[in-house]
Design a protein around this ligand. Structure first.
Ligand code: NI
Length: 240
């Protein structure tokens, strides 16, 4: 190889290395920038939803809102039982009506039963009186079935105010991971979102009223168990 050709080869090599280096710099810049501008997830940081227990374990909590559903909730319960996984259900009073046996089964299987209010209203926009009545009605309904008042509340849409906090002696539970399962109703997409975003100590929001959400929940469980995650109920994750 002539000296000129050797020099050109060297130069091209240096240029190529520079490009790789600059590209690396650019991507770390973009990533850092994205991280800076990611909004804090949910409303969870603004509202007291309890501190998290320190745990070296990869513990996470699956939560299901809006149920029970007469078809999909039993399917989910079967899937959870097969996998030995416990979850938290925030039941909607309206949907409990006529599905008391499903609630009993849920409780019997060891899941945590919380409240989502009686009907799906934005509690933060209602008067304190209305919000309290909603919560009380559902608490009574659930107590009549399982013999225990729910201690954990997830207000629909995460709509809540500090004023309500003083009135209601329940722990409000928001979430960390929201795969928008109700919106896409696409199981693969939901599983991808959960597996990509979940971190130890996280609370995942799902709805057991869609077949795709049930499918996604069970698939995500299988994938995350392989990654060493364990599933707990929110009372095991939160400090009151
Ligand atoms: Ni809801």
């Amino acid at each position: 190889m002539s000296s000129i050709r050797r020099k050109i080869t060297c130069l091209l090599l240096v240029l190529a290395l520079d490009l790789v280096f600059l590209r690396g710099m650019y991507y770390s810049y973009v990533q850092a920038k994205d991280t800076l501008f990611i909004p804090v997830s949910g409303d969870s940081e603004e509202i007291n939803d309890g501190g998290r227990k320190f745990s070296g374990d990869k513990q996470i909590a699956l939560t299901f809102d809006d149920g029970p559903d007469s078809v999909y909730t039993p399917q989910l319960l079967n899937g959870l039982r097969e996998r030995g996984v416990h979850a938290t259900f925030f039941l909607l009073g309206e949907n409990v009506e006529g599905r008391e046996d499903i609630v009993k089964q849920m409780y019997h299987d060891g899941h945590l039963i919380g409240s989502h209010g009686y009907s799906h209203i934005q509690m933060g926009k209602e008067t304190v009186k209305t919000a309290c009545e909603q919560i009380e009605e559902n608490n009574k309904k659930i107590e009549a079935i399982i013999g225990k008042r729910p201690q954990y509340l997830r207000p629909p849409y995460g709509s809540w105010t500090e004023e309500l906090e003083c009135t209601i002696d329940m722990t409000v539970v928001m979430w960390d991971v929201d795969p928008l399962d109700w919106k896409s109703q696409n199981a693969k997409k939901v599983v991808r979102h959960i597996v990509k975003n979940v971190e130890p100590g996280d609370i995942i929001l799902l709805h057991d009223v869609f077949p795709t959400s049930v499918e996604a929940a069970l698939e995500a469980i299988d994938a995350l168990i392989k990654q060493g995650y364990t599933f707990v109920t929110v009372d095991e994750l939160l400090v009151d």
